[in-house]
Design a protein around this ligand. Structure first.
Ligand code: A3P
Length: 332
């Protein structure tokens, strides 16, 4: 354990052996949340006071449920925050090709530009976080209530959350899970989501945790974004993001079209068609999951749920989510 923070083997065994599990979906129920079992040691390490995660002034954490636009948010946040060192390339034909290809997002999958905390810590590589330049950019799928206070109660740490219509999230998740479990029926995943027992469930707890935190201090610590709104007006989302991390676009940058350059660089069509993100590409970080880089780019739209759910199924899930979110001011 080079990071020095992973629970010892026997200690970990004693924690996980008592947890409810779903072996087929490789999930454990840890502190009331259904999590990918491979993340749990990383989460325990991050939670460990004084052990796992060493906060730093200006840290930015991207938080999301899986399949809600994590890859896109990673790309947008990275392109925005690193724009001085790595200017986003202008529209094709405007500049020389060599400079265009130089941008990290044209050579790397977004997951290799922004580390996922629990995966890094679970691999015993938590100390790699110390090597990141400030302000650090990192990501998590963990529920707000499971994050350490050094993140959630830290006025110098910012969280950007992205959510998505749970119906589209479940469809996207099913397509993703099928890469490992080709035979899994959609209905099985749908049922487990309705019961609050699919990946990162209960999904309403995940969304509400960050939503409530964003209402407490929206301008400073939690920015709450929606996938559908980002699709509708990505430039507006990028401007919000830049302001939130304290790097608003200058009039000169606006004039030069930097916002549009970032939007184009991170667009679904652009990213999906890059060589590095073609189906065969395998990111070093993701290798252990056997999910290829290409598996993070499928349709990139809204409303695919209608191709997989009957109107009754959609109504049932909508009603559950509505009931759970009632009184929060949030709806889908
Ligand atoms: P679909 O499966 O509905 O197409 P995550 O990154 O959290 O795993 O989410 C994956 C979802 O985001 C997939 O949705 C994927 O196609 C979509 N996605 C990935 N990159 C995107 C981009 N640049 N713009 C819009 N959507 C994107």
């Amino acid at each position: 354990d080079p990071g020095g923070v992973l629970p010892q083997e026997d200690e970990y065994e004693s924690i996980v052996s008592s947890l409810p599990s779903n072996p087929k979906l490789q999930l454990l129920c840890y502190q009331g949340k259904w999590l990918l079992e491979s993340w749990v040691p990383g989460i325990i390490a991050i939670q460990r006071p004084g052990g796992g995660f060493a906060p730093r002034h200006g840290d930015v954490v991207l938080a999301s449920l899986p399949k809600c636009g994590t890859t896109w948010l990673k790309a947008l946040a990275f392109a925005t925050m690193a724009r001085r060192a790595h200017p986003p390339p202008p529209a094709a034909g405007d500049d020389d090709e060599r400079r265009q290809r130089h941008h990290p997002l044209l050579r790397l999958n977004p997951h290799d530009c922004v580390p996922s905390m629990e995966k890094l810590f679970a691999a015993g590589l938590g100390s790699k976080m110390d090597a990141l330049p400030s302000p650090r950019l990192m990501a998590t799928h963990v529920h707000h209530s499971l994050l350490p206070a050094s993140i959630t109660d830290n006025p110098h740490c910012k969280i950007i959350y992205i959510c998505r219509d749970p119906k589209d999230m479940i469809v996207s998740l099913w397509h993703f899970v099928r890469r490992r479990l080709p035979e899994i029926p959609f209905l099985e995943l749908f049922e487990s989501a309705c019961e609050g027992r699919c990946l990162s469930s209960p999904i309403w707890d995940h969304i509400l945790g960050y939503w409530n935190a964003s209402k407490t201090s929206p301008e400073t610590t939690v920015l709450f974004l929606r996938y559908e709104e980002l699709l509708h007006d990505p430039a507006d989302g990028v401007r919000k993001l830049a302001r939130f991390v304290g790097q608003p676009f200058s009039p000169e940058e606006e004039e030069a079209g930097v916002v549009e350059d970032i939007v184009r660089l991170c667009s679904f069509e652009q990213m999906k068609n890059l060589e590095v993100n073609k189906a065969a590409g395998l990111s070093p970080v993701l290798q252990q999951n056997a999910y290829t880089n290409g598996s993070f780019f499928r349709k990139g739209g809204t409303g695919d749920w209608a191709n997989h759910m009957t109107p009754e199924m959609a109504e049932r899930l909508d009603a559950i989510v509505e009931e759970k979110l009632r009184g929060s001011g949030l709806s889908f």
